[in-house]
Design a protein around this ligand. Structure first.
Ligand code: HEC
Ligand code: HEC
Length: 362
């Protein structure tokens, strides 16, 4: 199982090459980034999701506020050249003040409250009808986290079938981030190692998790990943056996409408994030995962749908994975999945950074 949501957004945004070594999770944004003035004190790991929230709330790309550089030019996200970025800072301060003065410091008003997908908020009431939020059903009686996970394990081939498999190589394409789909390859090893690679016109993007630490690299230039929750979820080699163990306080919550039936749903916490696993009422397989990551400018919601399950070497795996992260959508389509090729540990380690280019005189 694998999806590539934030990472492609980030590549599309050029954050990846935005440079600067980014270090351990506990650092604050201002310790890791060059020019943080209003988001001080926020964990550095929340910068990516906070930027996704701002872009999603306004319905714009990173370059609306940032100088992202052209071909061969490094992006300079720390620069304040664009008026929109300077305005966005004032907006953060305004939002914090509204929440402080009127809502007892609860995060009630966010960028999305006013902007709702537009750079310039509306001043007149909307004319179109908004799709209704799905109504949750009841908390099902007699259904437990264990019974749902056991059913998923059985439905997907059984624990014994999963345990026969040690490595997996998945190839396919992902669409939604450019005019043409990107090629992708995902290499995994049991129980939770992964390397994900995208081939884009501008270069090769890789990210990985070796069971202990993660990295992202653009054209072979690695930097440590400080937000590791997402890649750890993607790294789970046999999700029915291990995914729910990543969640603390997992419990069965109210059923939710899914296609024509009602899905049973497990909810738990992974770090700061709220994660929900939705199970197909007919098959018992994982049909959807929703994740809500809190940031100082609003929550970043994401939804991943797992479709088109096929049996490969005795286990059922999804071949179509649809992701919607803060309004940005993508579809990964797998064309080939192979198991048990021999893989070296080095496969999952961060590439060695090339030596810095020699300084050039003008
Ligand atoms: C609506 C405007 C806006 C959008 C859109 C936006 N940003 Fe930002 N970004 C900001 C502001 C404002 C700051 C500075 C925050 C502060 O001063 O505390 C910032 C800071 C940053 C920084 C830190 C730079 C440094 O070293 O100081 C990075 C990296 C970054 N943004 C990446 C992104 C990426 C990637 C995207 C697209 C997903 C994005 N931003 C979209 C407004 C925006
Ligand atoms: C209380 C409502 C409200 C909130 C909350 C809010 N904004 Fe705004 N924002 C506005 C309004 C109204 C304007 C238009 C101002 C104008 O036209 O002069 C605006 C304008 C902007 C602009 C300039 C758009 C342009 O024309 O280029 C940016 C950028 C922006 N907001 C970013 C943000 C970000 C980022 C957040 C969250 C941190 C946010 N806003 C939260 C109301 C809000």
């Amino acid at each position: 199982m694998s999806k590539i949501p934030a990472l492609v957004l980030v590549v599309a945004g050029g954050l990846l090459v935005a440079g600067g070594a980014r270090a351990a999770e506990t650092k604050t944004a201002e310790q890791v980034f060059k020019n943080i003035q209003v988001l001080k004190g926020m964990p550095a790991a929340q910068l990516d999701p906070a930027m996704d929230v701002m872009a999603g709330a306004l319905g714009v790309q990173c370059n609306y506020c940032h100088v992202v550089g052209g071909k061969g030019k490094p992006p300079a996200m720390e620069k304040d050249d664009k008026q929109a970025k300077r305005t966005a800072r004032k907006m953060v301060t305004m939002m914090q003040k509204i929440n402080h003065d009127f809502f007892g410091d609860e995060q009630v008003v966010t960028c999305a409250t006013c902007h709702n997908g537009r750079p310039e908020p509306r001043t007149v009431p909307p004319v179109e009808r908004v799709a209704k939020e799905p109504e949750p059903g009841k908390v099902p009686a007699g259904v437990t986290v264990k019974s749902l996970v056991d059913k998923w394990t059985q439905a997907s081939g059984g624990a014994a079938a999963w345990k026969k498999l040690k490595t997996r190589v998945t190839t396919g394409t992902i669409e939604g981030f450019g005019p043409a789909p990107f090629g992708m390859e995902i290499v995994q090893a049991s129980p939770e190692k992964v390397r994900e690679q995208l081939t884009m016109p501008s270069g090769t993007f890789t990210q990985g998790w070796d069971g202990k630490s993660g990295y992202r690299a653009f054209n072979g230039n690695p930097r440590p990943l400080d937000d590791v929750d997402e890649i750890r979820r993607e790294a789970q080699f046999a999700p029915p056996l291990t995914l729910s163990a990543l969640l603390s306080g997992a419990k069965v919550v109210a059923d939710m409408p899914l296609d024509k039936g009602m899905a049973h749903v497990i909810e738990g916490r992974q770090g700061e994030a709220h994660v929900k696993l939705w199970f197909d009422p007919a098959t018992g397989l994982l049909a959807r995962m929703t994740v809500n990551v809190p940031t100082p400018v609003g929550d970043l919601p994401s939804q991943t749908d797992f479709e088109d399950y096929k049996t490969v070497d005795g286990v059922k795996l999804p071949f179509t994975i649809k992701t919607n992260q803060g309004g940005q959508t993508s579809i990964a389509r797998y064309t080939d999945i192979k198991h048990n090729a021999k893989l070296e540990d080095a496969e999952f380690e961060a590439p060695k950074a090339p030596p810095p280019p020699a300084p050039q005189g003008k």
